[in-house]
Write a protein that binds this ligand. Structure first.
Ligand SMILES: Cc1cc2nc3c(=O)[nH]c(=O)nc-3n(C[C@H](O)[C@H](O)[C@H](O)COP(=O)(O)OP(=O)(O)OC[C@H]3O[C@@H](n4cnc5c(N)ncnc54)[C@H](O)[C@@H]3O)c2cc1C
Length: 408
């Protein structure tokens, strides 16, 4: 019987527990996490503030999860050091925990760049954790003027959560469009106008150069007064434990297809790692929940002596803003097919006889068919692509391929 230690308690960590237990019911699992809570779905912190969910319903797994999977938890405890020689981790209490195999699923942390005067702003927040959501909720009221720096996924999710509960919201981003790493110009403009109808204002292509207590001065010279400041400029992977232990780390922790790091018996999964993106043929950080889970599951199966490879990663995003939905996947290069009608928007990107990416906004029905074409690198001349472009449907596939789809 072995002892497996997991650092983290979110998508990557939970995937690894389920991966381990699919192979090995007996070995000891110890799960250690700084956050003192039962595992929860991080993207739902905005729904919590919006009143669309509560803490019970946002749990990522049922209350009995740790008991059912025979997992010993050390919650509210932070790992400060990994000793790869002695095969131990040290906790903030000074205590050490030994392991036979270790998984690092430490996620990422908000990155706040130095900005003049920021230290004097009293009511400033980040938006990554349940504690962040509670802190913001405790400070806002129906008259609050909120300034959000960052129009990416996290900044906009925060906007969605608080829009009905505050007086006004302004979002500033140096990019010239919202969700710059997810949407193209046209798609971003559609979503922006939808959000603006909720009374949210955007200052794009601009940035805060300094803060004077409750006022931000932008590069353009514009001044914005605020009561609450939310910083959602970006995130940085939590790599320090493994870096200090001597593992290979670029921007994220380097892992192979089995989710092993460069140190024997240490695995890594989730937002703290880099994965090989098959849509562009490069290693990059894919800080998304489904990726974190699948990497964790792969790591868990391999940790427990099974065999699984994580070899079909692509960036994928499924998100809603005030009930307006969008799904995107892959890379945006090659030939383009576009469809637009009212608030529905679709763009497909294909090259070398393969679909490499897509953006769907509004009507997102059967987007999974496009995702599957990308992930399976299906040659487009083996399907009725003209039909699939317009309507993703199984009839466009050969009988054999339809059977494969339906068997999944
Ligand atoms: C507001 C918001 C909205 C989002 N929306 C989406 C979305 O729509 N779609 C999507 O795909 N993704 C979304 N994401 C991203 C998604 O939440 C992450 O990709 C996912 O949570 C990553 O899981 P993870 O396990 O890698 O890390 P995390 O969820 O970051 O968890 C890291 C864990 O490690 C623990 N930890 C860290 N360091 C230590 C340490 N030294 N010792 C002990 N424990 C430690 C933490 O306590 C935590 O339990 C969103 C994120 C946010 C914040």
């Amino acid at each position: 019987m072995s002892k497996f230690v997991i650092i983290g308690n979110s998508a990557g960590a939970i995937g690894s527990v389920e991966g381990i237990r699919s192979v090995d019911k007996a070995s000891e699992i110890v799960l250690i996490a700084s956050e003192p809570y039962h595992t929860y779905s991080r993207p739902l912190i905005s729904y919590l503030l919006w009143g669309k969910t509560d803490e019970q319903r946002m749990k990522y797994r049922p209350d009995s999860f740790y008991k059912d999977n025979n997992v010993k938890t050390l919650l509210g405890r932070t790992v400060t050091k990994i000793d790869a020689e002695k095969k131990t981790v040290t906790l903030d209490s000074g205590e050490t925990v030994s392991y036979d195999k270790l998984l690092n699923a430490t996620g990422s942390s908000p990155f706040v760049p130095p900005m003049e005067g920021l230290e004097k702003v009293e009511n400033k927040f980040t938006f990554m954790t349940l504690d962040d959501a509670h802190a913001l909720e405790a400070s806002l009221n129906k008259d609050s003027r909120v300034l959000v720096i960052g129009a990416g996924l996290i900044g906009l999710k925060c906007v969605e959560g608080i829009a009905d509960r505050v007086g006004e919201i302004t979002v500033v981003d140096m990019a010239d469009r919202i969700l710059p790493s997810v949407l193209d110009q046209e798609g971003a403009a559609l979503v922006q106008s939808f959000i603006e109808e909720r009374g949210v204002r955007f200052c794009l292509g601009d940035s805060a150069t300094k803060f004077e207590k409750n006022k931000a001065v932008l590069k353009s010279g514009k001044e914005i007064g605020f009561d609450l400041l939310v910083l959602a400029v970006g995130v940085r992977p939590n790599v320090s434990l493994l870096k200090e232990a001597g593992a290979e780390v670029n921007r994220g922790i380097v892992t192979n297809e089995k989710c092993e790091t460069s140190i024997r018996d240490i695995y890594a999964a989730g937002d703290c790692t880099e994965s090989y993106d098959i849509s562009v043929g490069q290693d990059r950080i894919l800080a998304l929940l489904p990726n974190a889970y699948m990497q964790g599951e792969t790591a868990g199966i391999n940790i427990a002596g099974g065999e699984k490879l994580y070899d079909n990663a692509i960036p994928m995003n499924a998100m809603g803003m005030f009930g307006y939905h969008m799904i995107t996947a892959g890379s945006y290069e090659g030939d383009i097919y576009t469809e637009k009608s009212g608030r529905n928007y679709k763009k497909l990107f294909y090259r070398d006889n393969r679909l490499v990416g897509y953006i769907m906004i509004g009507d997102i029905a059967r987007a999974g068919i496009y995702t599957s074409l990308i992930k399976k690198k299906t040659p487009l001349d083996s399907v009725d692509f003209e039909l699939i472009k317009r309507k993703p449907q199984l009839m466009a596939f050969s009988k054999k391929k339809r059977a494969e789809f339906l068997a999944r």
